[in-house]
Design a protein around this ligand. Structure first.
Ligand code: PGA
Length: 252
């Protein structure tokens, strides 16, 4: 079970440090079988990494994005190699906010996935449909297309065979809205996603963690975690508060 906090563009560095300290402290009440991941903004990563190491806490560190190149004239971008050198293990790729607000296509997301894997990190690949797409009965087509953007790429598939990926199913209409998906609806989506993974990665698909994301809170989390194909959560708003984040982790 993987419980991942996506802080998005929130918290000043000193607030992020405090939250990291509090999570390290609270880890003592979390079962060792639960993996806890925090994904702070880039500017906080180095300090968070030092806190996690000095507390010897079982917390993994992730970034929210990275560039698809290793080095070069890409003003304002962050290289996957820079992230690795700071102790980052996971990178969120293709969050719907990046797809919509920053025009990231399935092709760009595939390139990022490839460099993240090449750098030895684990991509958390976000997929999910908008409300219009769901209402138009287009859910399966959209999710399939987003996944195949990754799985049809032979170089990526080869890297995945020797590594690990995480999928986050995040229906766009559930993100930050309080309108969480019904747990059965989420389980059906996860089952569908696993069936596509199975077509391309037959020996591996059962091991790939599929997280649910979208308005996960302490009072609804356990209903998701009871589902056989839900292997954790990607949490936005509720990850900014130590009590709610740890309460979700405890319910896992
Ligand atoms: P939310 O965000 O938990 O605030 O809905 C989830 C996400 O964007 O990953």
């Amino acid at each position: 079970m993987l419980i991942a906090g996506n802080w998005k563009m929130n918290l000043l560095p000193h607030e992020g440090m405090l939250l990291t300290h509090e999570i390290c402290e609270g880890m003592k009440s979390i079962s060792p079988e639960i993996e806890i991941l925090i994904c702070p903004p880039f500017t906080h990563l180095a300090q968070c990494s030092v806190i996690i190491e000095s507390d010897d806490a079982r917390i993994s560190l992730g970034a929210q994005n990275c560039d698809s190149h290793e080095f070069g004239a890409y003003t304002g971008e962050i290289s996957p190699l820079m992230l690795v050198s700071m102790g980052v293990e996971y990178v969120i790729i293709g969050h719907s906010e990046r797809r919509v607000l920053f025009n990231e296509s399935n092709e760009i997301i595939a390139e990022k996935c490839h460099v993240v894997l090449e750098a030895g990190m684990i991509p958390i690949i976000c997929i999910g449909e908008t409300l219009e797409e769901r209402n138009a009965g287009n859910f399966e087509g959209i999710v399939r297309e987003q996944l195949l953007g990754i799985l049809r790429n032979e170089a990526i598939l080869e890297s995945i065979l020797n590594s690990d990926i995480v999928i986050a199913y995040e229906p766009v209409w559930a993100i930050g809205t309080g309108l969480a998906a019904d747990p059965d609806q989420a389980e059906n989506a996860h089952k569908f996603i696993r069936s596509i993974l199975n077509e391309y990665l037959p020996g591996q698909s059962d091991m790939i963690r599929i997280l649910y994301g979208g308005s996960v809170k302490p009072d609804n989390a356990s209903a998701y975690f009871a589902m056989p194909n839900i292997d954790g959560a990607l949490i936005g708003g509720a990850s900014l508060n130590v009590e709610s984040f740890l309460a979700i982790a405890q319910s896992a």
